[in-house]
Design a protein around this ligand. Structure first.
Ligand SMILES: Nc1ncnc2c1ncn2[C@@H]1O[C@H](COP(=O)(O)OP(=O)(O)OP(=O)(O)O)[C@@H](O)[C@H]1O
Ligand SMILES: [Mg+2]
Length: 256
């Protein structure tokens, strides 16, 4: 089987800190692939490695069977069809919502896209995330939920084959989370593969086909949601050794 993306022994270091350690992963075409793990586990760093923002200190990342790590720059990786959002939103602050989304459509598509349809692509992306009515607002003036939607629209405007979402639902209320979960489902239905980093378990379990768990930069396991949430190493990473022992001894497991 050919995977859409594969990581082979991916390592990423910052000085003495090895944030990602020898991680293998494979993402299938059309799936929603979750990455979870405690704070500081290396999730965002791995995403940064995929999008070329930080160099790998070891290993390789391949997209559609070709190596991208170490050979493609971030803008070239974007133009291959890999879009992303940032955990801390990164709008172009002096630009309006529409202009921010246009940056994706103009610069992020292969060969800059066809100029004539930029308007249509931008409008479609804003309509999809439901912020077309905010088109002329400056992004810093918007509340967090709206800023996240601008990130998402900008990433969609590159017309990605693979979309990397870094905690797009953090800071949203219950209703807003449901809306964004539905968007992610529709994005996948349109044929875009999604890699999703998320702390909210309901989101991860409800959306992902498979989940990879990172802990201290290492891959703990990678499997379907119901298998992952029963894995002792995962429970231990989240809840501590004592809880796992209690579980093995037949103690209470509710809430795991
Ligand atoms: N630019 C950097 N320079 C130095 N250390 C860094 C840098 N970026 C991340 N790290 C370190 O790498 C480790 C992994 O961080 P990362 O942000 O990838 O974790 P994360 O899993 O995304 O966590 P969170 O759930 O809190 O977002 C942490 O120890 C962090 O302090
Ligand atoms: Mg992070």
């Amino acid at each position: 089987m050919e995977y859409l993306m594969q990581g082979f022994g991916v390592s990423i270091s910052f000085g003495g800190v090895q944030a990602v350690k020898d991680v293998d992963f494979e993402v299938r075409d059309g799936e929603i692939f979750g990455i979870i793990g405690p704070n500081g586990a290396g999730k965002t760093t791995l995403l940064n490695g995929i999008s070329g923002l930080v160099p790998l200190s070891g290993g390789e990342i391949h997209f559609r069977g070709k190596r991208i790590s170490g050979v493609k720059k971030p803008h070239q990786i974007t133009r291959l069809g890999i879009g992303r959002t940032f955990q801390v939103t990164r709008p172009f602050e002096g630009l309006t919502v529409r202009e921010n989304v246009a940056v994706g459509a103009v610069f992020g598509r292969p060969r800059g896209g066809r100029k004539a349809d930029v308007h249509e692509v931008v409008e479609a992306a804003m309509r999809f995330v439901g912020n077309a009515d905010k088109r002329d607002a400056l992004v810093p003036d918007l509340p967090v939920a709206q800023r996240k939607r601008v990130e998402l629209a900008r990433a969609l405007a590159i017309e990605p084959k693979l979309l990397l979402l870094d905690e797009v639902m953090a800071g949203l209320n219950q209703k807003e989370i449901e809306v964004v979960m539905d968007m992610v489902r529709r994005i996948r239905e349109r044929g875009t593969t999604v890699i999703l980093i998320e702390h909210i378990m309901k989101v991860v379990m409800g959306l992902c086909d498979r989940i990879m768990v990172l802990n201290y930069g290492e891959r703990l396991c990678c499997d379907e949601p119901d298998v992952v949430c029963r894995n002792d190493d995962v429970i231990c990473a989240y809840l501590g050794q004592r809880f796992t022992q209690k579980r093995r001894n037949g103690g209470a497991t509710s809430g795991a």
